[in-house]
Structures are given as C-alpha cells and as structure tokens.
Write a protein of this length. Sequence first.
Length: 340
Amino acid sequence: MIEEYRDFLPVSAATPVISLAEGATPLLEAPRLSERVGARVLLKVEGANPTGSFKDRGMTLAISKAAEAGDRAVVCASTGNTSASAAAYAGRAGLTCAVLIPEGYIALGKLAQALVHGARVLQVRGNFDDALAIVRELAEQAPVTVVNSVNPHRIDGQKTAAFEVVDVLGDAPDILCIPVGNAGNITAWWKGYCEYRNAGQATRLPRMLGFQAAGAAPIVEGHPIESPDTVATAIRIGRPASWYGATAAASESGGAILAVTDEAILAAYRFLASAESVFCEPASAASVAGLLEVGAPAGSTVVCVLTGHGLKDPDIAISQIAVPMVVDADLGAVRTELAL
Ligand SMILES: *Cc1c(COP(=O)(O)O)cnc(C)c1O
C-alpha cells in the first residue's frame, strides 16, 4: 500500500517498507442494502486486510517509520485490532511489541492474533481509555514508540482507504458512513479525501457521517463518558483521542457524528451477513445501522466502511444466531429436521 501511494506518504528511499500486502480491499456493491436505502450503497470491506481490519493501513506506515528511526520497541493500548495489527507488523520488522488491553473486553480472535504474533500482552484492570493514558505516559519515560492513532503515521496510512474509493469510483461518493471509536479513522478518511481533491484526483468531497454506539457516544453527548458500554467492543471508547478530528470532518463536510443503539448495530450486523453475505464485526455494522437510520437521497452514492472481519468475534456471532441442533447420524433424522 505504501508503494501505491508513496507520493502522498511521508516516506523516502531511506524508509524500510514493512508490508504484509495490506490495502486494495474490495469495494463491494450491496444490492439488497441499496434497495432498502433507495440509493447506491457500496461496502469498503476492510476486514480483507492481512490481520482483518483497517488498522493494517496505519500500522504498515507506523512500523516502517519506527524501523527507519531505529526504534527497538513499540507499544499500544487496544480494544483488540490495533494490538493484532501492531503485533504482526512489529514481528515482521523484528521489533518488540507490547500491548495493553482492557481486561475482559477484547474479542477472542483479536487476543489470539496478538498472542500468536508474539506480542507481550498485558490485560489492564480498566477500560481502553485507562490503558491509553498509561501507554502515553510510558512512552515519555521509556524508549518505546506509541503506535496508537495518536501517532500521526497511523492517520497518514489509513487515509489511503479514501484514495482507493476515489480510484475505483472515479470520484468521491456523496456520503461516507463510518464507525467512530477513538476517531482516528474518520480523521484519516477525511484527510485522504481532502488531499486527493487538492491533488486533482477527485472533483468533490463526501459528506462524512460518523456513528458512535449509544452507550459510548462522547462526541454526540459533548462530554467524555467514564464507563462506556456497548456490544461493539472496538468502539467502546469514552475519551476519543482524535475527538477534534472527528468533529472537524463532520462540520467541514456538512456531515454529522450520530449515535446508534446496540440493537440497531446487531440488526445491521445480521442483515449484512444474511442479505449481503458480508461478515463484519459489530463495530463495523455501526456504519450501516447509521445509514439505515438517517437514509440517503435517491440517486446518491454511499460508501459504508466495514472496519473489521466478523470472524474476530465468534462469541457475538454465535450469541446472535441459534446454536445448531444435534441429530443422530441418520439420513432420516437429517431429512426430518431439514424438511427436505
Ligand atoms: C479501531 C476500530 C474502529 C474504530 O476506529 P477509530 O479510529 O478508533 O475511530 C472501528 N471498528 C473496528 C473494527 C476497529 O478495529
């Protein structure tokens, strides 16, 4: 991904590019969703990245720059996907990776990824915001580089998703729908659209619609949330580091930051899986839940960002659908149950 967009990224011949072939993710037409909304809706399937989330776009650049600077260790706080991605890219670069995760609130698949890629994982008795505060202090006292989205290279890498959308559609869409947690990604997409337009690659900018979970909606409510709560653990954040980036993207684009309930998120999650055959994680479905709530003008083009892969959180998936029935190993029994 760095090679494709080198001219727009802070890299030089001296930068060792640490890549796992991230980016170039599908921009998938969503016919059933389009029918429901009455507009052309496409899904940017970021779960197709190497570690299963958009975090890889930011991590390839953050780790490449860390390697260029001669760093030996990186650290992050994570609701899961940042740790999975940091562990993989740091491992590839031969850097030590330490991650702090909130105890009990990380999807099983993400924890497995951080562990298999060799990160030093600590569970913190606290939430993501507590973990990020410790990470930032740690980096002031110890020789480690923070690879959370407070690291500007993360934002620069992640903006390439907007470039890809413009490259495929030929211009920016009318509306971009995106989940908002720590708010780095909406900041990055907006930066990408603006830079591409300024470079003459697009003629216009989309309206940016960011969606927080109702139980973790500090930007919507206008104040930090001490104990954020939502089934969408990737956006269970009460004190977004890029708060200003999110509100700037919304106001400059004529968009908004809005909240969607867990019920609406899970309904969108099931709809995407059953009607569009796209399995994303609950946080990702917030973009579609939001679109279904606010709608879009007839004839407009909407892109929904599906931030991470559904397989990361199998517990949620199974809790949402009935557990399969057990039958005898007998054709008759199978035919009876399937009514076939
Ligand atoms: C990190 C993440 C988000 C939130 O992105 P922010 O940049 O923190 O707003 C949403 N969905 C998934 C799957 C994520 O991993």
